[in-house]
Design a binder for this molecule. Structure first.
Ligand SMILES: *Cc1c(COP(=O)(O)O)cnc(C)c1O
Length: 437
């Protein structure tokens, strides 16, 4: 493919994606395929001779789409949202075009510098304490990780190195292995201090945990993967109170801030803690600018060496939506989750299982776990909407997460009527079977 064909095909692809997203509502949200569906549809090995774009393009609808779960359908209410917006899609296209690998400042200065500034922007949007910002001469700063899981692992490794060095300086007779063997990590069943747990979006009490961590010299990492985006709204910012006690913090703009996967934002108060843990300087990665002290080399802030130009997505989205546009998006989702909550509360057969704070509603039929498992199965078998469950204190609970950028009140009403009808059908046969036994 030469540049002339790329121009043509690029426009066709943009049209295809725009059509896909514009008409996504018409597609069944969950696919009909069985495991292993794809292998028989494609060749056994890569083609020896090149194929045309048309050959590949026509297989998208034939081979790929039948096996796609449509995360951006307004009938998708599973997991947590996966962010998507047109500005982010365009930025990712540019990222691919530039195609740099920004492991050091010199590897592509714009890639590093835009990321540092975007993380400052984002940090200010959620009103993080100043210590977390890089600004011109701060000790903190932010970095984009691929996922919240990576951010948590990075925090754990940095904390470990930091405390080992500290103990070594006080007790030089101890080896690293001896110190390592005595380290303790404190966690709940959700792992670290969490704002908006995955199962039911509950919030740890940072104002109680934080002072204890600080007093006992324990590294405190806070994971707000989903909930973090809501803190850009002043009325939800209080949920982040206590972050001032933390050493590191992360949330996922790729969940709820309209920045397509992957973009997990992580901040530390002392970037020297990260760099101290991960610094690696072979000669081929050294650069004369390092002597100035002004240079960030993000390879020291992460597990991989290579990294994409992901801050472009943030830059496009933050500028083209503005803080106000993003606040509107968050508020709409939270309004819709309360709409669903009210519909559930009006039906005496159902109960709400956790306080609805943001865009997630946990609910169930009053009755056994088996009954609720059967309800979820009938919902997901019908494939008109898609939900996933969770366990809350041994109870099987259905999670209804407001996800799609384009979801509206009518979709919420439809989803509830559908669930309510399936419950009616289920309860008829359930009571009948129960009676016979
Ligand atoms: C979604 C979620 C994660 C995992 O996010 P990844 O970025 O996919 O690793 C971690 N923690 C919480 C609280 C989450 O909701």
């Amino acid at each position: 493919m030469d540049a002339a064909e790329f121009r043509k095909r690029g426009k066709e692809m943009v049209d295809y994606v725009a059509d896909y997203l514009e008409k996504i509502e018409k597609r069944q949200v969950f696919p009909d395929v069985e495991p292993g569906y794809l292998r028989p549809l494609v060749a056994d090995c890569a083609p020896q001779d090149p194929e045309s774009f048309e050959d590949v393009f026509k297989d998208i609808e034939k081979i790929i789409m039948p096996g796609v779960t449509h995360w951006h359908s307004p009938y998708f209410f599973a997991y947590f949202p996966s962010a998507s917006s047109f500005p982010a899609l365009l930025a990712d296209m540019l990222c691919g075009g530039i195609g740099c690998v920004g492991f050091s400042w010199a590897a592509s200065p714009a890639c590093t510098e835009l990321e540092t500034v975007m993380l400052d922007w984002l940090g200010k949007m959620v009103n993080l304490p100043k210590e977390f910002l890089a600004e011109k001469d701060g000790q903190g700063g932010g970095v984009i990780q691929g996922s919240a899981s990576e951010a948590t692992l990075i925090a754990l490794l940095a904390a470990r190195t930091k405390i080992i060095r500290q103990v070594q300086s006080e007790k030089p007779e101890l080896t690293e292995a001896e110190i390592m063997g005595r380290l303790v990590a404190y966690a709940s069943d959700q792992f670290c201090a969490t704002l908006g747990t995955t199962s039911c979006c509950s919030f740890d009490k940072l104002l109680e945990l934080g002072p204890i961590c600080n007093k006992e010299n324990i590294w405190m990492h806070i994971d707000a993967a989903y909930a973090g985006s809501a803190f850009i709204c002043p009325e939800f910012r209080h949920l982040l109170n206590g972050v001032e006690f933390a050493d590191s913090f992360n949330f996922n703009p790729h969940k709820w801030l309209l920045v397509n996967f992957d973009c997990s934002a992580m901040w530390v108060k002392k970037r020297s803690d990260l760099i101290g843990a991960f610094k690696l300087e072979p000669l081929y990665l050294q650069h004369h600018h390092q002597e100035s002290g002004l240079v960030t080399d993000y390879r020291h802030w992460q597990i991989p060496l290579g990294r994409r130009f992901r801050s472009l997505k943030l830059w496009f989205v933050l500028r083209m939506y503005g803080v106000k546009g993003l606040q509107e998006h968050i508020r709409k989702h939270i309004r819709l989750s309360h709409q669903f909550e009210h519909l559930v509360l009006q039906d005496e057969r159902f109960e709400i299982c956790a306080e609805v704070v943001l865009g997630l509603v946990c609910f169930r039929l009053k009755g056994s776990n088996e009954l609720n498992e059967a309800l979820l199965k009938s919902i997901n078998d019908a494939k008109k909407i898609h939900l996933v469950p969770c366990h809350l204190r041994e109870k099987f609970v259905l999670r209804f997460a407001v996800c799609s950028r384009t979801v509206e009140s009518t979709h919420i009403k439809f989803a509830w009527q559908h669930i309510s009808q399936l419950a009616t059908d289920l309860l008829k046969t359930w009571e009948h079977n129960h009676h016979q036994q």
